[in-house]
Design a binder for this molecule. Sequence first.
Ligand code: 4AZ
Length: 438
Amino acid sequence: MMYEPLEFSEADYPQVEYQRREQFWDPIRLAIFTLVIAAIIGIAIGIVTHFVVEDDKSFYYLASFQVTNIKYNENYGMRTSKEFTQRSLQIERMMSRIFQRSSGPLRFIKSHVIKISPDANGVTILTVLMFRYPSTGNAERIKTKIENILYQSLKTKQLPFTINKSSFTLTSIDNKKMRNLLNNRCGIRMTPSNMPLPAFTSTERIIQGRETSVEGEWPWQASLQLKGAGHQCGASLISNTWLLTAAHCFRRNKDPSQWIVTFGTTITSPIVRRSVGRIILHENYRRETNENDIALAQLTTRVEFSNVVQRVCLPDSSIKLPPKTSVFVTGFGSIVDDGPTQNNLRQARVETISTDVCNRKDVYDGLITSGMLCAGFMEGKVDACKGDSGGPLVYDNRDIWYIVGIVSWGQSCALPKKPGVYTKVSQYRGWIASKTGI
Ligand code: 4AZ
């Protein structure tokens, strides 16, 4: 997948002047050389001890407090609304200001607002707070430290929101409770050491190039394979047993017993493998027009969620992404038109394109219907391609990922004015619920 231009750079071969050995190894050079090597070894030992010996543990808390200078807005009730997202970001930024650079071994990792509710004096904020502390720490004692830092900040720091000190409560919670609070744990990426994997790592990676993704970065990505024929399509995990994919993936074969599903970042050594028990195609899928290109596949046995296998969140049917919103598409598809499947999972950042623009005569000339969504770039260059079909187009809302599209079709790959066309998941929210109860 992820068709991106190859960049050829002309290598400059420096002219190397070879010196004679006796001249090179004079005593001064030897001394400098020894010092440099010693410094490198010292730094290496320092890095290793930092990671091995400094045995920090994560501590999670649920904080609740009143803010008296925010008026409640009814859109705060919907977690994907612009109002909730913006307010939450402001609150989270304030929490960073309060807890960052606090002295001692307590390290603030992040906060995540989970609820803004109405209150007689303004609003009540419910937020998860994550800290790291040496494993010798005790949750109750750390709680006192956190409270002290907060009370100190209320006195000394100029904060944008007025926190009612007497309303502040802090409860220690475990990892499982924390993940359940964060959107019932869908759409969350974690590193192997149980730290949240922030969105910016992916963006950085794309700017640098077209590296394959790391384990746990896209934990809902699955590969749909036909027995004897290998990878055919991508799919996304939306519960312990259900996968969302494209209807056109089953054109060749609709028999569930002929399909297997794998999870993990490579095709050849998957972390989890499952058989398929049921395939449900959209009743109104039309291969001539690509309309309603959506399907569900149910695994015969459930998968357990972990840091590397996780479900993606389904968006509310009301979610609206403005044009040019950054979204990511992932898959094992080819990197050139008609090329082979890739063994390593790849990712690409693309941007949503309005249906009006996508339906222009010089683009797709009216072929984009209300159940479709265009994403890519008008100049081409980055796109999904053959073999990425059925896979996810995801949107990051404050480090929680939502599946907004399913790779469906396009004229060739990465051509100018021919962006990728995706099934608009929000349009099928009711259909998914009617078949799966999710
Ligand atoms: C395909 O053949 C296909 N550029 C998938 C995606 C796109 C084109 C073709 C989008 O499965």
